[in-house]
Design a protein around this ligand. Structure first.
Ligand code: GCU
Length: 428
């Protein structure tokens, strides 16, 4: 990819290990080298966007194009079709609910390149006593069929605050279903895998072009195919399907929601750089980490340009990226968008730059309001953002923010997410 782009040298990313000489910046005074974000409500021709119609017809497509070309890559037009089938069914008890479960396989047509196979692994679990179709949260990550033996869990240390019930049990108790989508059944989580999985299959085993999709979009594509199936399954209310993930899968959840407007709601867990955090912030993880060997596969090849020290086109940095995270959040508007973090003291590291995401959320607010829904309700002044106190959710609008007092997980936020989503999606 470096050769295709004419890049001879990339800048190394800062270290996530604190105390190292090249540790990431954590000095707030140095955190905003590019204090002005690209204007979300200004067309490329310079005119202001002042109506919802202009947003939908003109500005949204411009932002989508920039993310596709420069940041996340395009889903190629020739991605083969997916054929879903149920491979196993079960009834079981999850938490205190009787459930019906389906193990599904989405077999991707590989007739154009039989050397590669892609089978999307999906599990759907719905309350057995549901009177009609139920809303469903798709969760990125592994999961088991209900009733399958659970791995032993370490007992809680004496005196620990009892943890909330698992998200799955909370969703079922509220009348929701849930689904586990295994992201790596769609696309591997490494650069070597780019010539395999759905990206490799579509490219017939050849390397990517600079604006081809990366793993984040491939995972999002997989979630969209799961939603295609849900549109055909009578147990699911396909107009009320959400997407959730944490960390790299928090990034993927945001990307899924941004590009596929059929998703009604998203829970973006600890997504950091490449997710809800501004690329333009110099705090914790940097663009140069995303362009490094462990992460570049999440992004489009073209994104490497922004970590370039030496190339045929000179050097570029975060300030040259034509879009930023506030615009990815804006693509979710006016749908229900919940940004979740934990605290560094418990392991949701400073590396994530919680504040950089809060700034992006403020800067996305005008788009939510233009489309007639409430944003965080904290004004638009992202430059002077002050993080809301831990455990105080901003839950009154279509965009929500909550930093819980736990670690690198969204578990403590589900009990706030569910009632908020019920209200925003009109679920009684
Ligand atoms: C690393 C990476 C993050 C990522 C995280 C994860 O910390 O720097 O960007 O979110 O891994 O997914 O676990």
């Amino acid at each position: 990819m470096q050769q295709q782009l004419g890049i001879t040298r990339l800048r190394p990313g800062p270290s996530g290990t604190e105390g190292q000489p090249n540790q990431a910046n954590y000095d707030e005074a140095l955190a905003n080298p590019f204090p002005d974000l690209p204007e979300v409500l200004k067309l490329e021709n310079g005119s202001r966007v002042s109506t919802a119609k202009q947003w939908r017809a003109q500005r949204r497509p411009e932002i989508v194009e920039l993310f596709e070309r420069e940041v996340l890559g395009r889903v190629p037009k020739n991605v083969p079709r997916v054929q879903w089938s149920v491979t196993e069914t079960a009834t079981a008890t999850v938490g205190e609910r009787q459930v019906s479960a389906k193990h599904l396989q989405g077999k991707v047509d590989n007739s154009a390149y039989p050397a590669l196979e892609v089978n999307i692994d999906l599990i759907l679990v719905t309350p057995a006593d549901a009177k009609g179709p139920v809303p469903v949260m798709i969760m990125f990550g592994g999961g088991r069929m209900p009733g399958a033996p659970a791995p032993a869990r370490a007992p809680a240390p004496p005196g620990a605050t009892p943890a909330d019930p698992p998200a799955t049990d909370q969703l079922l108790a509220a009348g929701w279903g849930y689904a586990y989508l295994n992201p790596t059944s769609v696309q591997a989580d490494n650069g070597a895998g780019l010539t395999r999985g759905i990206i490799g299959l579509t490219n017939k085993g050849q390397p990517r072009k600079p604006d081809d999709w990366g793993s984040l979009r491939a995972w999002g594509w997989g979630a969209s195919r799961a939603l295609d199936y849900f549109e055909t399954d009578k147990s699911v209310d396909a107009k009320r399907v959400g997407i959730e993930g944490v960390s790299r899968y928090g990034k993927a959840a945001l990307v899924t929601m941004a590009f596929d407007e059929r998703f009604a709601v998203v829970l973006i867990g600890s997504s950091g750089e490449g997710g809800a955090k501004l690329h333009r912030r110099n705090f914790g993880e940097a663009v140069e980490n995303l362009t490094g060997s462990g992460e570049y596969h999440w992004m489009a090849g073209n994104f490497l340009k922004y970590g370039t020290a030496e190339s045929s086109f000179g050097s570029r940095n975060a300030g040259d990226i034509p879009v930023d995270a506030h615009e990815l959040l804006a693509l979710c508007a006016p749908r229900a968008t919940f940004i979740s973090y934990g605290i560094p003291e418990k392991g949701d590291a400073r590396w994530l730059d919680q504040k950089g995401s809060y700034m992006a959320a403020l800067a996305a607010g005008p788009v939510f309001r233009l489309l007639g829904v409430k944003d965080l309700g904290q004004g638009d002044d992202y430059r002077n953002a002050k993080l809301p106190p831990v455990n105080e959710g901003l839950l009154a609008g279509k965009m929500a923010w909550r930093q819980h007092d736990g670690g690198h997980t969204d578990a403590p936020n589900w009990k706030y997410f569910i009632p908020w989503a019920n209200r925003e999606l009109g679920i009684k």
